[in-house]
Design a binder for this molecule. Structure first.
Ligand SMILES: [Zn+2]
Length: 81
């Protein structure tokens, strides 16, 4: 039985097109340094304007890729009751 501990990584990015801040989150399964593999380039689309850019990720991490917009600085919806 094999237990894989998945570690969540987050890389902050800023869209060159619309200046939106967003995070590229992924799971890095490489717990063993000996398993270090070349990084791969994945296409990430800006969550705001859709412009895609290439980001470097650990090999395999592109399968768990998620893009999360950084809400800091975004206008809040009301008082949040
Ligand atoms: Zn953008």
């Amino acid at each position: 039985m094999e237990m894989i501990l998945r570690e969540r990584q987050r890389n902050p990015h800023r869209c060159p097109e619309c200046s939106a801040s967003f995070e590229v989150a992924y799971f890095d399964d490489r717990k063993d340094e000996r398993a270090a593999l070349p990084e791969v380039l994945a296409e990430v689309a800006c969550p705001r304007c859709g412009r895609s850019r290439s980001v470097a990720l650990p090999s395999g991490a592109e399968r768990t890729l998620e893009v999360e917009i950084d809400e800091i600085g975004e206008p809040d919806e009301g008082a949040g009751d």
